[in-house]
Design a protein around this ligand. Structure first.
Ligand SMILES: Cc1cc2nc3c(=O)[nH]c(=O)nc-3n(C[C@H](O)[C@H](O)[C@H](O)COP(=O)(O)O)c2cc1C
Length: 154
């Protein structure tokens, strides 16, 4: 493996499902490239590939919710991370509730952050969305899932 990619893979992160809703269409994808960006106002940044269906929806809806997955939720990460909402409804059969922006919030997660997009940065084959957190909460004091590449990619 090239040194740059090898080194990049040692950047640590959590595992999140970023959801959004455009009119009646809800979708979400698994991300690892997400970070806090500002204390005041509370901002996060998330890097979403330009080919992702969620990318097109967030560009138009300007809202998203960060679902902080809990320890043991690797199956949810795979569910949202290996299929596109262009082909399947990833929420079929899943119980969710709706955040104030309209984005779906999953069950059993460690925390959620409901956000409005306030900026966009071109980042190669991804777009970095900067979003202001308008509401958030923790659920059951669960611990966040830590990203381990080998849990998802052979
Ligand atoms: C563990 C994991 C982490 C991922 N991290 C990201 C990420 O940070 N950004 C991204 O654009 N895609 C990431 N992906 C890939 C997307 O989740 C995947 O392409 C998804 O199927 C896109 O769904 P959509 O087309 O419905 O938006 C990740 C996938 C997995 C399994």
């Amino acid at each position: 493996m090239k040194d740059i990619e090898k080194a990049m893979r040692l950047i640590t992160s959590g595992v999140y499902v970023v959801t959004t809703r455009l009119d009646s269409r809800a979708n979400g994808l698994t991300v690892a490239w997400l970070s806090r960006a500002s204390f005041s106002p509370p901002l996060i940044s998330v890097s979403i590939g330009k080919t992702r269906f969620t990318h097109d929806l967030v560009k138009k809806s300007r809202v998203l919710a960060v679902n902080v997955l809990a320890e043991g939720q690797e199956d949810i990460a795979r569910h949202f991370g290996f299929r596109s909402g262009r082909e399947v409804d990833k929420f079929a059969g899943l119980e969710t509730r709706t955040a104030i922006t309209g984005s779906p919030i999953l069950q059993g997660i460690a925390a959620y952050l409901d956000c409005r997009v306030v900026g966009e940065i071109e980042a190669g084959d991804h777009t970095i969305f900067v979003a202001e957190v308008v509401e958030g909460g923790t659920e059951d004091g669960l611990k966040p899932l830590i990203y381990r590449r080998e849990s998802y990619f052979g």
